[in-house]
Design a binder for this molecule. Structure first.
Ligand SMILES: *Cc1c(COP(=O)(O)O)cnc(C)c1O
Length: 334
């Protein structure tokens, strides 16, 4: 949707962090944009401002800022780079996240939200929302998401001619989509909206408990919580290069001893065969590689029972002890 609203043409450059889920990039690539991969800041694990500054060119049409893991990026810093370049916020993992009292998704030109089953709230499995800052442009969304139709409220001499609008959204002759939600999904979304803050509070409380226990010599978490509401879509850690153990050992033992499946994500997008075949893999980002190669993502969802969450904590505690010859070396340095 945003790729259409931006009127992406072949050769337009879009800067996107390589450390994200593939859906941050595919819609732009599909529309012919040249993807320029941005590195992450190793502390925040989100798009790095200085790297973006280096990669801006005359052809840069937009920067995609992914508020990954539920951590709100300081979007205003990116807006200052060049007012002509549009800012797209990917908020699929950050519904309800805040930075300096602004909601993620409302600071840039566009905000994209996902209500897929795994996100912080869902509309019965699939769904999404989009925020468009420009008023005139936002009027193109209803038609663009529904086969070009508009309602009869549109100002025309004969409201009924042609039926349901003229299908023309003035988007460089682009075909419209069918991106509509069903009524029951919208009703569910309405109910979930009221619960969002409460559900996010549970995530935050649990994440803080976990981080307070494990941050230290083995694990580091993405920090800087001043002026931020981090809504912990995921709970992930970097296994420090100075630690005696690595992520694969921990993941293996967590599964073999306790039946807990941790994950490693996100695979740097330029390493995927699809991106390679499509010719968008010719740059590498050192911080992205270094983080991915020794990170661990723990099972984390608001519907996990308190009992299971404590089982996760106790199991990780045991695994780290086993790997460190029973020494507890992850005590927080205060
Ligand atoms: C889930 C996700 C998406 C895609 O959302 P859909 O609703 O499946 O289209 C995009 N970006 C990120 C970062 C995501 O986690």
């Amino acid at each position: 949707m945003v790729a259409a609203l931006l009127k992406i043409r072949k050769g337009d450059e879009i800067i996107i962090p390589a450390h994200t889920y593939c859906a941050s990039a595919i819609p732009f690539a599909r529309n012919g944009a040249k993807i320029i991969w941005a590195d992450i800041n190793p502390k925040t694990r989100t798009i790095d401002l200085n790297d973006v500054k280096k990669k801006i060119s005359k052809k840069t049409k937009a920067i995609v800022i992914v508020h990954l893991y539920g951590y709100a990026v300081d979007v205003n810093q990116f807006k200052k780079i060049n007012r002509e370049i549009k800012i797209v916020e990917d908020c699929a993992q950050s519904f309800g996240a805040e930075i300096n009292n602004s909601k993620a998704g409302t600071i840039g030109d566009f905000g994209c939200f996902s209500f897929h089953a795994q996100k912080n709230i869902t509309t019965l499995g699939e769904g999404g929302a989009i925020f468009v800052k420009n008023d005139k442009l936002s009027k193109k969304v209803p038609g663009l998401r529904h086969n070009g139709h508009c309602n009869y409220g549109i100002n025309r001499k004969y409201y009924w001619k042609p039926a349901m609008g003229d299908l023309d959204m003035d988007l460089d002759n682009r075909w419209p989509y069918k991106f509509t939600l069903s009524e029951i999904q919208c009703a569910a979304g309405h109910l979930m909206l009221d619960k969002l803050d409460k559900l996010n509070d549970i995530r935050i409380k649990r994440a803080k408990k976990f981080i307070n226990k494990f941050e230290g010599e083995v694990f580091s978490f993405n920090g800087d919580f001043k002026k931020r509401r981090h809504v912990y879509h995921l709970l992930s850690a970097h296994v420090k290069p100075t630690a005696k153990i690595n992520n694969h050992k921990i993941i293996e033992l967590m599964y073999k001893k306790f039946g807990i499946k941790c994950a490693v994500q996100y695979y740097p997008l330029y390493r995927y065969p699809l991106f390679k075949k499509m010719g968008v893999s010719n740059q590498h980002c050192p911080n992205t590689d270094a983080f991915f190669d020794n990170m661990i993502s723990f099972p984390f969802h608001v519907w996990m029972s308190e009992k299971n969450f404590n089982y996760l904590i106790n199991s990780l505690d045991k695994v780290v002890r086993m790997l460190n010859d029973k020494e507890i070396i992850y005590i927080r340095k205060s």
